[in-house]
Ligand binder design. Structure first.
Ligand code: AKG
Ligand code: FE2
Length: 401
C-alpha cells in the first residue's frame, strides 16, 4: 500500500513558473442553519487497537445510514498542500488560452463524460445561457495523453497527478476499507470488487471547477440553482470543503441545508453504486449547488473534486454475502437501490454502471432551462414535495429540486 502521508513533488522544481497563491475568500457571517455532519479521523483506520477501529466503524455506519455523508479529517494531506492544489486550479482557470478552451471543449452529449473544458454557458457543448461555471475534467484519456490538457498547467502535472494518486490509492482506499467493514465484509472487498482501477482515477475523474457570480438573468431563470439536486453515480466522491457556501445536502428531514466550511476537510459523498451494493444500507448523498448567502454573492468559488467510479462493465447488485445484509435484509426508501430492484423485477435488464453514468451526464439539463425546470417539464409534486422526475434505461429517478 502507498504511504498514508502525501509527499508531493516540489513546487519550485526548475521549469515551474512561480504562480500567485490562492487566497481563501472571506467566510459568511450569516447565521445559517448548517447541516450537522459527523467527522471522522481517517488516520484511525490503521490503529493497532481493535476497539478504536470498531468505534470508527460504528460512527461511519451511523453517518452513512442516517445522513449519507460525512466529513473526514487527518487523511494525510496538510492544509498547505491542499491550498497548493487550489492555487493550481485557480491558475488553470485564469490562464487557459482561448485556443485551448476551443481545442479541449467537452462534448458530454456524445461522450457521456465531462472530459475536457466546460465553457461557462451551461452543461451542453452548444452555448446556452451564461452560468459562469468553468471546469476542467481529467479522465483516463487526459492522464494518458497530456496533449489533452491545457498548456498552461503542463508544468504542474507532476503535482496534480501525485495528488490524484494519493487520493485514490490512499484516501479512497481507506474509506472503502471502512465501508467494507461496516458491511462486515473482508476489508478489501469494495476496493477489489467494485472500485475501478488504472491510472490515477480509474474510470472516474478529477475536476478543477470555478463558479463565478451569476448574472441577474441566470439567477432568475435558474431560481438560484447552480447544479440540480442529484446523486453521484460512482463509489465515493471526495469534495474538498471550501469557504464559499454553496454546497447543500438533503437531510433525512427533507430540508436542503448548506454544508459548513471545515478547513482542510473532505466531504465524502456516497455514490449510487454503493447504495446498491450495500442493499440500501448506505444512502447515496442527495446534494446540489445553490446560490451563496448574500455576503458571498460576489465571491468566486473554486472547487476541486475527485469522483471515484465503479467498474463500468458491471451491473450493480447487492453484496448479499454481507453478514449485515443477511441479518437485517435490505433497506427500503426512495432511491437508486429501490428503483433498480423494481426494474429487475419487471424483467428489464438493469443498465451497466457505464451506461448508467454516461446517460445521466449526456442528458444533464441546464439549470436555466425553464421549459424543463418546471411543473409540466421534469418537475412533479411527489408526496407534497417538489421533485425532479426522470427515467434512464427503464429506471425512474426522483430527486428533490
Ligand atoms: O462543486 C461542488 O461542490 C459539487 C459539485 C457536484 O456535486 C458534482 O459535480 O457532482
Ligand atoms: Fe455531485
Amino acid at each position: 500500500m502507498t504511504s498514508n502521508k502525501f509527499n508531493p513533488p516540489a513546487a519550485d522544481l526548475p521549469g515551474k513558473p512561480s504562480i500567485p497563491d490562492w487566497v481563501p475568500p472571506a467566510l459568511t457571517k450569516e447565521k445559517l442553519d448548517f447541516a450537522k455532519l459527523r467527522t471522522i479521523d481517517l488516520s484511525l483506520v490503521e490503529s493497532d487497537d481493535p476497539k478504536v477501529v470498531d468505534e470508527l466503524v460504528q460512527i461511519t455506519k451511523k453517518a452513512i445510514r442516517e445522513d449519507g455523508f460525512l466529513f473526514i479529517e487527518n487523511y494525510g494531506v496538510s492544509l498547505e498542500q491542499l491550498h497548493r492544489q487550489f492555487t493550481l486550479a485557480q491558475y488553470l482557470h485564469y490562464n487557459i488560452s482561448e485556443e485551448d478552451q476551443e481545442r479541449l471543449l467537452f462534448h458530454p452529449e456524445i461522450s457521456g463524460k465531462w472530459a475536457g473544458y466546460k465553457h461557462p454557458w451551461g452543461f451542453k457543448r452548444e452555448r446556452k445561457v451564461w452560468d459562469g461555471i468553468t471546469q476542467f475534467n481529467w479522465y483516463s484519456e487526459e492522464w494518458a495523453d497530456y496533449s489533452r490538457v491545457p498548456t498552461c498547467i503542463l508544468p504542474f502535472m507532476d503535482e496534480i497527478r501525485a495528488f490524484n494518486e494519493f487520493l485514490s490509492e490512499s484516501v479512497n482506499r481507506r474509506i472503502l476499507i471502512l465501508l467494507s467493514k461496516v458491511l462486515e465484509l473482508p476489508e478489501n472487498y469494495l476496493w477489489d470488487k467494485v472500485q475501478s482501477h488504472g491510472g490515477p482515477t480509474g474510470e472516474g475523474y478529477y475536476r478543477h471547477a470555478l463558479f463565478r457570480p451569476f448574472t441577474e438573468e441566470a439567477e432568475k431563470l435558474s431560481k438560484g440553482l447552480r447544479f440540480n439536486g442529484h446523486c453521484d453515480y460512482g463509489t465515493t466522491t471526495l469534495l474538498f470543503s471550501v469557504p464559499v457556501t454553496q454546497l447543500q445536502i438533503w437531510g433525512q428531514d427533507e430540508v436542503w441545508r448548506y454544508v459548513p466550511y471545515k478547513p482542510g476537510a473532505i466531504v465524502i459523498n456516497i455514490g449510487e453504486t454503493l447504495e446498491i451494493v450495500s442493499g440500501g444500507h448506505f444512502k447515496a448523498t442527495r446534494h446540489r449547488v445553490f446560490k451563496p448567502p448574500m455576503d458571498q454573492i460576489n465571491a468566486e468559488r473554486l472547487s476541486i473534486v475527485q469522483f471515484n467510479s465503479s467498474v463500468g462493465d458491471l451491473r450493480m447488485t447487492p453484496a448479499i454475502e454481507s453478514p449485515l445484509i443477511q441479518r437485517e435484509g435490505f433497506a427500503d426508501y426512495q432511491g437508486a437501490f429501490r428503483e433498480f430492484q423494481k426494474t429487475m423485477a419487471s424483467g428489464i435488464p438493469i443498465p451497466t454502471n457505464r451506461q448508467w453514468r454516461e446517460i445521466q451526464i449526456a442528458e444533464t439539463v441546464n439549470t436555466t432551462d425553464v421549459k424543463r425546470q418546471t411543473i409540466g417539464g421534469d418537475w412533479v409534486m411527489h408526496d407534497g414535495k417538489l421533485m425532479n422526475k426522470r427515467e434512464f434505461h427503464g429506471v425512474t429517478v426522483i430527486l428533490p429540486v
